[in-house]
Design a protein around this ligand. Sequence first.
Ligand code: FES
Length: 174
Amino acid sequence: MNVLPSHDDTPLATHVTQPGTQPVSLPTRRVVLSGTGAGAMALLLAACGGGAPSGTQDGQGSGDGSDGGGDGSQLVGPGQVLAGADDVPVGGALAVTVDGEQLLVTQPEEGTFAAFSAICTHQGCTVAPGDGELVCPCHASRYDLATGAVLGGPAPSPLPEVPVTVDGGEVTST
Ligand code: FES
């Protein structure tokens, strides 16, 4: 019975010799592919399980899930103009900074507005407007445009909401 060699076991190259160095064995294609997969998984696990990613607020929202998702009215005082109503896309969100607080002003349906803290309740990255939702770039938590509720990902709790009203074409905190 003939056994044909598998392409996957074909070495990419057996040895590479550079001037002044010892020959170096290169891994087979299968080893490279499996190694890449393991490496990617290790990176993913490290990203999800380790400390806060750089540029984040260390430790915020990483507790037992009882924090976050509450009343965000303390983030900004009442009467603050957060955005022009026309600047907030229907079915989307606008990222703003008011009084040093990063917020997302949303318009899930035409004429309906909401606002939330943009600080992810997982590990404190800045959540961004996504395609019909709010998305954290760090570990892909997803939040509802209308309620701030967690739609997916590791976030333990909803985004804190800032109550708003629309007055004179401006979305204003209440
Ligand atoms: S910080 Fe991890 S999902 Fe947002």
